[in-house]
Design a protein around this ligand. Structure first.
Ligand code: HEC
Length: 202
């Protein structure tokens, strides 16, 4: 709080006042930003946890696609995503999962009311021009801190999440086998595929 203690008025030269005020405001800005979001540290931590999963999953997917094609990577994605999430939880104490408004695995990825509201807000903001990769939301909900970060559809994702008619026959067949109720297709590059959702009791 040292920054806040301005020199007493009698010591300020009149011509210096304006400059001092401007400097004072500049120094205050970060403090004001922090006051607006007292949970900034929690949000940073949540973001770090949420962002730790997708690159690992992506690397594993890429390796598997190379080895056995996208159809071969489908069961890997199904088993690996929850396994990585469980490991991350053990390591960090944050519960982590993926959610979507258009689910492939409805048992795992159906959003609850808070997640749904956040995803719907992301869709509105994306429609208004915010890039999907910048969309996030974090807040205290009851006795928890909750955070979601949008997952943009990248080119690679289209092999399994693009328009049905663009998928290879083998991918279509494998998806039909594992996910008879699949809503996770029809996406184009840049759209929000879903989000990583993390939460921790406070
Ligand atoms: C090899 C095929 C494949 C590729 C490539 C792929 N996914 Fe998926 N994706 C799946 C499968 C299979 C599931 C269902 C996993 C499960 O059962 O939990 C899934 C589920 C998801 C989910 C969870 C929500 C839901 O609908 O069940 C998200 C979010 C997601 N994928 C995002 C992506 C993103 C983003 C990319 C690109 C970076 C991507 N996926 C690339 C196959 C793929």
């Amino acid at each position: 709080m040292k920054l806040l203690t301005a020199p007493s008025r009698s010591r300020l030269q009149p011509r210096m006042t304006q400059r001092a005020l401007a400097l004072g405001f500049a120094a205050l800005l970060p403090l004001v930003a922090q006051a607006q979001n007292p949970d900034e540290a929690l949000q940073d931590e949540a973001r770090k946890v949420a962002m730790s999963l997708p690159p690992k999953l992506l690397a594993a997917l890429q390796a598997e696609i190379k080895q056995s094609g996208p159809e071969g990577a489908i069961p890997v994605c199904r088993d690996l995503a929850p396994k990585m999430a469980a490991e991350a939880m053990e390591k960090t104490g944050w519960k982590i999962r993926r959610v979507s408004l258009k689910t492939r695995n409805e048992q795992r990825a159906t959003p609850d009311a808070w997640e749904r509201a956040a995803l719907e807000e992301f869709e509105r903001r994306a429609a208004a021009g915010t890039p999907a990769g910048e969309l996030e939301k974090g807040e205290r909900v009851g006795n928890e801190y909750r955070y979601v970060k949008a997952l943009p559809t990248q080119k690679l994702c289209l092999q399994c999440h693009g328009p049905v008619e663009s998928l290879s026959p083998a991918v279509r067949e494998t998806l039909a086998k594992y996910y008879p109720n699949d809503h996770g297709t029809g996406f184009s590059e840049g759209q929000i595929r879903g989000a990583v959702s993390v939460r921790k009791p406070l």
